[in-house]
Design a binder for this molecule. Structure first.
Ligand code: TXA
Ligand code: MG
Length: 316
């Protein structure tokens, strides 16, 4: 349902976010498809709605310094300088993540991308919701980014709980993304030109487009691939002998004989499974097992994203 951003509708949208639903909302760049960033299952719904083939890390939107503190555990002086000059606005900063942010938001990376949007509707929604909101552009995977509520409605209406109509967005391109650290680096060109950033933060490295690829999880072995070897196999394909030293990542049912078993979704729900995938892999990886076997899931809906992540984890 497309509604104008009246106080009543903003309150309704905030409530939907707090209770794990999806709200499409205007920002000054493009419309975002938002969910409570601290609720892994709600975030899994974003991937499901967008039909993304993989779990790209998402940008988390905040309305205050207090909210920033809940998702990022460290804000360097360089980050402070950029925040002071460009927030609220179309600048996303990649910062060390706080423990409360679930792995599905960051694709298992130790960093989180955060921005404070400059759009009054987005800010008011975030304030009323009281939770940080993960939001990619509100379009199905591979489509053009939406700059009007109608674009969102045409493509996603039946997959979103509410669409707030703020008219045409100001920037129409996504935010500029900067990763801070020893060498501040632009990861995505966006609504704020590099020429405006450099006077504030000094010379910037550029790592846009092709060179962004090494940052895709699974190609960052030190950050993503578990230390324990992972194989994809059904329980019956794993030899019975020696199972006690193995971990099994099961989709729904508990198989026999393994040392440790993690079940992704006792009810067999792909969304629930996706929401818990990274946490389960992290937990199994910390146990010093000889190997982890993971059960393949049906490759439809979120199942494709789950298998994409498992295959990346299994490739070393
Ligand atoms: O303008 C925007 O930024 C829009 C509006 C809705 O705010 N949002 C947006 O979000 O474009 P999204 O989720 O589509 O952007 C995700 C991109 C990833 O593809 C990746 O390039 C970068 O943000 N990203 C997110 N987390 C990252 C991380 N931890 N490290 C490096 N890059 C990250
Ligand atoms: Mg996008």
């Amino acid at each position: 349902m497309v509604v104008p951003p009246t106080p009543e509708n903003l309150e309704k949208a905030a409530q939907i976010l707090r209770s794990g639903g999806l709200v499409a909302f205007p920002t000054e760049t493009v419309y975002g498809l938002g969910a409570n960033a601290l609720d892994a299952e709600a975030v899994a719904r974003i991937f499901e709605a967008k039909q993304r083939p993989s779990f790209d890390p998402l940008i988390v939107h905040v309305a205050s310094r207090e909210m920033l503190g809940r998702v990022a555990c460290e804000v360097s002086p360089q980050a402070e300088a950029l925040i002071g000059r460009f927030w609220p606005g179309p600048l996303t900063l990649v910062l060390p993540k706080a423990a409360a942010v679930p792995g599905i938001v960051t694709s298992g990376l130790p960093t989180v991308a955060v921005r404070m949007p400059g759009h009054p509707v987005a800010l008011e929604l975030l304030r009323r919701a009281g939770v940080p909101v993960a939001a990619p552009s509100a379009n199905p995977f591979g489509y053009l980014s939406p700059t009007r509520a109608e674009h969102v409605a045409r493509m996603l209406e039946d997959r979103v709980d509410l669409i707030l109509d703020g008219g045409l967005t100001t920037h129409g391109v996504e935010s500029t993304i900067v990763m801070l650290g020893e060498k501040p680096t632009v990861l995505r060109y966006g609504a704020i030109p590099v020429e405006e950033l450099e006077p504030v933060v000094g010379p910037l490295e550029l790592s846009v487009g092709e060179s962004l690829k090494p940052l895709v999880p699974g190609q960052l072995p030190q950050h993503y691939a578990p230390r324990t070897p992972i194989h994809i196999a059904r329980p019956e394909e794993v030899p019975t002998r020696g199972r006690k030293k193995l971990g099994y990542l099961a989709f729904q049912d508990v198989p026999r004989g393994f040392g440790v078993v993690k079940v992704l979704s006792p009810t067999g729900d792909l969304r629930e499974a996706a929401a818990h995938l990274f946490e389960a892999l992290h937990q199994l990886d910390m146990l010093g097992l000889e190997a982890i076997y993971a059960e393949p899931v049906l490759e439809e809906g979120l199942g494709r994203a789950i298998m994409d992540r498992l295959r990346r984890a299994a490739t070393r």
